[in-house]
Every structure is written in C-alpha cells, then in structure tokens.
Design a protein around this ligand. Sequence first.
Ligand SMILES: [Zn+2]
Ligand SMILES: [Zn+2]
Length: 257
Amino acid sequence: MWGFALLHIIALAGLVLAVTGALDVTAGDWLLAGTLFYGRAFFVAIGYHRYFAHRTFEFQLWCRRAARFLLAVASNTANQGGVIWWTETHMDHHRFSDQEGDHHSPVTSGFWWSHVGWLVGTQKEPVSKAIHLRRAPELVWLERLHWLPGLLLAAVCLWYGGLSGLLVGYFVSSVALLHATFTINSVAHLIGPQRYQTGDQSRNCWVLLPIAVGEQWHNNHHNRQARTRQGERWWEIDLAYYLLWGLEKVGLLSRLN
Ligand SMILES: [Zn+2]
Ligand SMILES: [Zn+2]
C-alpha cells in the first residue's frame, strides 16, 4: 500500500516538474521511460503471467533453475509483488473468474476496485497455492525481497540519467506499466468481443494493443489458459509470443504450449 502510494506520488511529482520546466527532462529520459515500460511489460507478460502463473513454456534443462530465478528477478523490477503472490492471486482469478473470490473483478466489485481498489488497504490472502513455486527455496527467499530488484533498477536510472532519469525514466514508466497491467483486470473484462463463452466476462480487448504486448487477447486466454500464444488469428498481434517463439528457435526454451 505505502510503496504503491509512494510510486504514484513520486511519478506525479516528476511529471509536474517536467511539464512546468522545473526539471530539465531530455529526449533521452523519455526514451529511457519508453524502454523500461516496454521492456518490463514483456517481463510481466512472459514472466509473471505466461511462465510463473500458467507454465505455458519451459526452459531447457541445462539453464532451467537459473533462468527461472533470473526471470523472477526481472519480473520483480515491474513492482508487482513476488512471483508466488502474483501467481496465487492470478490462480484465484481464473478459478473464481468474475465471481465471489476473484480479487479484481469489475463485474462483482466495479471498475475502480478491479483496477486499483483491490491493491489499496487490506488484501485478502489468495486461496490457491502455487506449490510448484513454493518448493523452490530461492523463489521463497526472493518473495520476501520482491521490492529489491525495482529499487536497484531505480538506482541504476539515477546513476545513468540523474534526477530526471530517475523521476521520468524510472518512476513515470513504472506507474504507467502498473496501470497498463491493471487494464487487463479491469478494461479487458468489460470492453471488446467475446469469441468464447468462458463463463466470465473476459474480452479480446484489441484497444489495449499498444500497451499490452499480447495480453489483450484476454478472452482467448481465459478459454485456453495453458496456451503460450494468446493471439490466435494471424492478425491478433501477440508480441510476447513472438519473442518466446524466437527464444525457442535459438534453443533456450524446451517447449511452448
Ligand atoms: Zn481475466
Ligand atoms: Zn491468466
């Protein structure tokens, strides 16, 4: 809660200083923000969601454990909690989708609750348990330090770009990425067509295409949760899948579902 509020306050301060000219923000700072937004959007889609929560692909055996840990660290830079907590909350989302027990349903609890309300104040413990992740001691250890990779990335931005690199490059992109992810919980359960009758209100929300790197085909995903590829038709652009497809071709991944 407090970390969440602090991120927003600092990002807002950065924007105000940038707009008023009190802070000298360069094109390089905005480029850094864009790079960190899209770079980490891939880690949210590929890490938290398609790997940890759904196990839609696997790494080759020779690098599996190290790659899994590094992917967890990289995902944590998006400031979305530990991979175990993210996974268990998301397991609840699919288990109770748009019903009592879904932590962030706009259908049962309204738009703002599904977007940010559920993260503010006391949170309910997830009912589901990610046993496959809880068995890995390094992930359980990282769970307690999930805030650290984000903090280290902030320090790198300060070193690389100074105060404007920190405020605009890191904080503004971090908050933008949080809300881009939240739109999948809120908007993608309200707006867009439903190809499949999945028993919930998940939608293929193409309007989120510029910010969601493939996660916008949310009704497809609810229909086949274990599938790596969420864009099913050729025109359903799924950037996260294209990247995973490429990583499989170079021999880093052992299977895509
Ligand atoms: Zn959903
Ligand atoms: Zn999912």
